[in-house]
Design a protein around this ligand. Structure first.
Ligand code: TPP
Length: 521
């Protein structure tokens, strides 16, 4: 009979999970005995970095990534990014070491008293198996739950003495993963859409997650519908230079209503339409408008305050809508226009920075962003035009995107340039990810939008009637020294006339490089 470790390794190999993201401790070490040569261990120097890297890797590969954390303390450190992985709907199988079963009654050093409760409610399923021999089966179950739509993290706590126990072999199984649309309901909403006089679409992260870009573009063109991106979307979901592209909905109720005024049918695709960031009042939609939501998440469908929801894989839902005969022709609406060209001033302005990145980036590059107050400018000047080319966190919790960029770069290898765009504040939540990027020698260009503080918070002052910001200045960090000490190349740029050449060069390196861009008004 195989040991728990042998059975688990065979299963992981069959599931395509031979990359393990982790930060080890005593309770995890037995996993590494006779560590197979076809497996690799990706070390993160703090557990939030481990989970962030695994999240990016899983989003880029489309398969669940395996995470190995150190007991309660490791899960605690990881929690912010577990929360984000849950909101991102990223499939992860998170394992954590636990003390030996025989000493659990004595509150041993470094144990977790209620391990399965600790990561809740931000995992889809969590368990510490009743018996050691049940561990491989629990990992298989965790995998199939993580991969089921809506995808997300799952958790298995593994006592350290379980790895050597005898266990039955376990094989990969076939378990369907996609949610299919209800044909009767889809027909009804298709009829409503066909009968619309002025439809509008809202696209969200589910479009990119469910590989539905081409289908959504075809549907928008067929219906001559303007296309908005849902508030705070974590993925690019529509070509942002397309003639029908309208822009990005703000996360504010009243402004969503204003943006959608004049439309009779609103088709939301893979989008939680009403992600609000601040309190708002009144109706959720303009008067007279019907909402149809095609969404891969029954939970989102359940809290959406108005409309009809078809819960299904977005590509399957849109493909079914494309099967219908074309509706009567409608006049072509006009999408957003390009912003005015940003001129080079005395200081590097954020529009000028974004415009320059757009000009020097390789066409196949992937943008990973966590730069809160510059996001709107980025959306204006740095359009995303291809699938799987833009990632940020869906939760709002900072500290996700820098390690996620490393995980994405690990998944795509040398085939695509990864551009990380991070605020100086945001980057510091998970700066140790630079060490992993250097250790893995990844082709990643990290751009720090350095405005010396938490500008996004200062923008909230008037909203909460505050006179002065407190705790929002972040000055004196030597990003170049920091990056170099962690093994990356690094350069600082303050002069607008040096920006283009510096960024251009930074897009061509084969090793990670950090560019500290000092921005001003
Ligand atoms: C984990 C976490 N802590 C705190 C915040 C609150 N927060 C939102 S934006 C922000 C400032 C981020 O600063 P920076 O990355 O420099 O971007 P800027 O606001 O200057 O554009 C902070 C602290 C958060 N969203 N997540």
């Amino acid at each position: 009979m195989p040991t728990v470790r042998e059975a688990t390794m065979c299963l992981l190999r069959e599931l395509g999970m031979t990359t393990i993201f982790g930060n080890p401790g005593s309770t995890e070490l037995p996993l590494f005995k006779d560590f197979p040569a076809d497996f690799r261990y990706v070390l993160g120097l703090q557990e939030s970095i481990v989970v962030g890297m695994a999240d990016g890797y899983a989003q880029a590969t489309g398969n669940a990534a395996l995470v190995n954390l150190h007991s309660a303390a490791g899960v605690g450190h990881a929690m912010g990014n577990i929360f984000t992985a849950y909101r991102n709907k990223t499939p992860l199988v998170i394992t954590a070491g636990q003390q030996a079963r025989s000493i659990l009654p004595y509150d041993p050093f470094l144990f977790a008293s209620e391990p399965a409760k600790l990561p809740e409610p931000y995992v889809k399923w969590a368990v510490e198996p009743a018996r050691g021999e049940d561990v491989p089966g629990a990992i298989a179950r965790a995998y199939y739950i993580a991969m089921q739509q809506p995808r997300g993290p799952t958790f298995v706590s593994i006592p350290v003495d379980d790895w050597e126990r005898p266990s039955a072999p376990i094989r990969k199984r076939t378990v369907s993963q996609l949610l299919h649309p209800d044909p009767v309901l889809l027909d009804a909403v298709g009829e409503r859409l066909d009968g619309s006089t002025r439809p509008v679409f809202i696209v969200g992260p589910g479009v990119d997650r469910n590989d539905a870009w081409d289908q959504v573009v075809a549907l928008a063109e067929r219906h001559e519908a303007l296309v908005w991106v849902s508030p705070m979307s974590s993925r690019g979901s529509f070509p942002e230079r397309h003639r029908l592209f309208a822009g990005f909905l703000p996360a504010i109720r009243e402004r969503i209503v204003t943006s959608l005024e004049g439309h009779d049918v609103i088709l939301a695709l893979g989008a939680p339409v009403f992600t609000y960031h601040i309190e708002g009042f009144g109706p959720h939609l303009p008067a007279g408008a019907d909402l149809i939501q095609v969404i891969d998440d029954p939970d989102v469908a359940s809290w959406t305050p108005v409309g009809t929801a078809v819960v299904c894989d977005v590509r399957l839902g849109v493909e079914a809508l494309l099967q219908r005969t074309a509706p009567a022709e409608r006049p072509a609406p006009r999408g957003r226009s390009a912003p005015p060209r940003a001129e080079r001033g005395d200081r590097i302005s954020i529009p000028y920075l974004m415009q320059t990145i757009a000009e020097v980036r390789p066409a196949e590059s992937i943008l990973v962003e966590e730069s809160p107050s510059s996001r709107a400018t980025m959306q204006a000047y740095l359009p995303i035009e291809r699938p799987h080319s833009f990632f940020t966190c869906a939760s709002g919790g900072l500290g996700h995107s820098l390690p996620a960029a490393v995980g994405i770069a690990l998944a795509t290898g040398q085939t695509r340039r990864i551009i990380g765009l991070f605020g100086d504040g945001s980057s510091m939540y998970s700066i140790q990810a630079l060490w992993s990027a250097a250790d893995l020698r990844l082709p990643i260009t990290i751009i720090i939008v350095n405005n010396g503080g938490y500008a996004a918070l200062s923008e909230f002052l008037s909203h909460f009637n505050l006179e002065a910001p407190i705790g929002t200045e972040v000055r004196g960090i030597d990003f170049v020294g920091l990056a170099r000490s962690l093994g990356c190349d690094a350069v600082r740029v303050e002069e607008p006339r040096e920006l283009e050449a510096t960024l251009g060069e930074a897009m061509r390196t084969t090793r990670p490089i950090l560019v500290d861009v000092v921005v001003g008004k």
